[in-house]
Design a protein around this ligand. Structure first.
Ligand code: CMP
Length: 409
């Protein structure tokens, strides 16, 4: 039985008149659609529409460079460009207007909140996607520069791709290690080109006559590209070249390893935040000390069940218990059907009394559950009598209710 959610108080500001209420609720709708599109059926359509427009812009960007197409459909391309800028401008303005309805952001006056929001990286990308179009009316911009700036529109996709955002976070978090790897690469490049310059300059003065010239060979070799347009001919040069090739392999493994490790840490962090968010919805955990909640969290795994799915069958051997974090389940108890909602748990009786499942449990709606394995449950209960007592109390109430309550039709 979920408690009603308290409505967060708005930021301090002028009193809102009753006529301002519909406008405020419309703004909240706009905010929900644009920022949490997936939760709204209409929001999905808006966001998929925007994604399609961004992709079409990328296609148009490439096709416009084909001279025949540009000559034949130039006006259509220009019209599509103007239409895209119009839609993206509307999107930008609406995001800025409605951002004050984000309770996390709105801790200040509306104008300051909007100003801070406008400086967010994704909003800057949005601005970069439309600004060149308007600027071109005031400043004489080179057409080629304008075209290149249009690539900004493709970056708008980052808003819709958790993977691109994760990559951005990994690059930011690992910037020191990556900078270290870059310095190492530069040092190796300098070392290889200097070495080859001294070894080959007499045999091939046209190709290795200076360190910058030798750097072209070093770059192609270290990156394992190996064009083969410049090669060492002396035996000492070949020997040195072999060493540089082996070093080149190691050099590229380093940043790749840094990014791969960063991705794996990012995934762990995300799992932790998701589990934390789910755990916060279970009142039993809210009443436990933080270190114990942390220990329980490390043992939980998330599962989703579709509406009507059987979660537990009567009489089966139990190997876990469940906490409901969203949706509801139906227990086919002796007393009739009992509904359990988000925040409640089930499957504890078989573990506590060491018996088969007392009743069947099915998903009444689509639900997300946290699963605690039997072994972890027993270990946690053994170490933390508080947890055992809380769960045990509910289990004995349910056992009593199952025996005493009159059967419902
Ligand atoms: P378990 O016996 O492991 O599997 C079925 C679960 O249904 C049981 O644990 C309880 O968690 C739950 N259950 C059984 N009876 C009731 C009841 N009367 N009210 C709510 N939940 C119940």
């Amino acid at each position: 039985m979920s408690a009603s959610t308290p409505v967060p108080e708005g930021p301090p500001g002028p009193e809102r008149s009753s006529t301002a209420q519909p406008a405020a609720s419309f703004r909240k709708r706009v905010h929900d659609i644009l920022e949490q599109g997936g939760t709204w059926p209409f929001g999905n359509a808006v966001n998929y529409g925007l994604i399609a427009l961004i992709l079409l812009n990328a296609v148009a960007f490439a096709l416009e460079t084909v001279p025949q197409l540009e000559a034949e459909y130039g006006r259509a391309f220009a019209a599509f460009d103007a239409f895209s800028v119009l839609v993206f401008s509307l999107e930008y303005v609406l995001r800025l207007w409605s951002c004050v309805d984000n309770p996390v952001l709105a801790t200040d006056s509306d104008s300051r909140t909007r100003f801070r929001f406008a400086l967010r990286p994704l909003m800057l990308v949005d601005l970069g996607a439309i600004l060149p179009f308007y600027l071109s009316y005031f400043v004489a911009l080179d057409l080629r520069v304008l075209r290149v700036l249009r690539l900004f529109r493709f970056l708008k996709l980052a808003r819709y791709s958790p993977a691109i955002q994760a990559l951005g976070r990994v690059l930011t978090n690992e910037r020191r290690s990556l900078l270290g790897a870059l310095l190492l690469m530069m040092a190796l490049l300098l070392f290889s080109s200097t070495g080859m310059y001294f070894l080959e300059r007499e045999a091939q003065p046209d190709k290795f006559g200076s360190i910058p010239e030798a750097a072209w060979w070093a770059m192609a070799t270290l990156t394992t590209i190996g064009y083969g347009d410049v090669v060492p001919v002396t035996w000492l040069g070949k020997l040195f070249g072999g060493v540089v090739m082996i070093l080149g392999l190691g050099m590229f493994a380093l940043p790749i390893a840094i990014i791969a490790t960063g991705f794996s840490e990012e995934a762990h962090r995300r799992d932790f935040v998701v589990t934390l968010g789910m755990v916060a919805r279970v009142p039993l955990f809210a009443s436990l000390p933080a270190p114990l909640v942390g220990e329980i969290m490390s043992c939980l795994s998330a599962r989703t069940y579709a509406e009507g799915a059987h979660i537990v069958r009567e009489g089966e051997v139990a190997d876990c218990m469940y906490f409901i974090t969203s949706g509801s389940v139906t227990v086919h108890a002796d007393s009739g059907l009992v509904q359990l909602d988000d925040g409640e748990f089930f499957g504890e009786m078989a573990l506590i009394y060491n018996q088969p499942r007392s009743h069947a449990v099915a998903a009444a709606t689509k639900c997300r559950l946290l699963v605690l394995d039997k072994a972890d449950f027993e270990r946690l209960c053994h170490n933390e009598p508080m947890l055992r007592d809380r769960i045990g109390q509910i289990a004995s109430e349910r056992a009593r209710a199952s025996k005493k309550a009159p059967a419902k039709s």
